[in-house]
Design a protein around this ligand. Sequence first.
Ligand code: GRE
Ligand code: ZN
Length: 323
Amino acid sequence: MNDKIALEEHFAIDQTIADSEVYARPEVWAGLRANLLDFEQQRIEQMDQWGTSYSILSLNSPAVQAIPDPDRAFDVARRANDILAEQIHRHPTRFGGFAALPMQDPERAARELERCVTQLGFHGFLVNGFSQVGDANTVVYYDDPRFAGFWAAAAALGKPFYMHPRDPLASREPIYDGCHWLTGPTWAFAAETSAHALRLLSSGLFDRHPQLQMILGHFGEGIPFNVWRIDHILRKGRRGMPCEREIGDYLRSNVYITTSGNFRTPTLLSTMLEVGSDRIMYSVDYPFEKHEDAARWFDRCEISELDRRKIGRDNARRLFGLS
Ligand code: GRE
Ligand code: ZN
């Protein structure tokens, strides 16, 4: 399939590139670093070679979310968004953008999102999990009441948001002590991100804003595989959960799921059975993952050609209003 759309595709700027180094073995860091900082060379060559016509780009992780000082977080987010806007302007048929947002200050985050959508033409925003606010050990998740106004502003813009992984803070999460190999994309990303997504889904956010759409990568960070059990347990007792519907209801009406970094047919089929092929979208997770691995798998996996077109391109076209 040669006109795929991919939407968890990352870049970095000078102020954020160092955040990705811990995720690379020393012998691959130079290459990964170059690919994160590049827009117009390897990135477009790889898209061309493996059949992705359009990539929606986002800043690396955790980047802005890990800058406790709200003023600095705002400056870095703005700078990243301006650099991305310039690249989109140079390649409007190849690149789109998700805004990086300084969630340390919900009011400024809302204004920056508005600027990115209405002035820069971005398709929504991507957050790398919780934000550190004020000091490095203070974290905030986005179901916090302080974000009520932010979510109202975001929903009013009518664009989706991507809940992207970051690692939990070692100072607050001892379970990975001595097991460093389980952090990052091995397991900790999915555990952290699925829990944050479930906080939002169960908070009533999607009752207040029923049109709001959340995108999850990596085949939903494990949620589709476990959603029956989640609702089965909560049906026996809601334990104060404030939302009006079941988690599975929101999963099927407010969540889109991408294939980023998880190129596996049984996982795709299970997700299709749980949420249907209208809510799944192709993504790579470049440059942390290879276009080659994603495309070699997706272009030939055993689904109908109708589903391949929906997942590879048409669902994203519809969601983002692309022509
Ligand atoms: C990502 O942002 O998707 C990512 C990282 C680090 C390692 C792997 C990965 O930030 O997919
Ligand atoms: Zn990613």
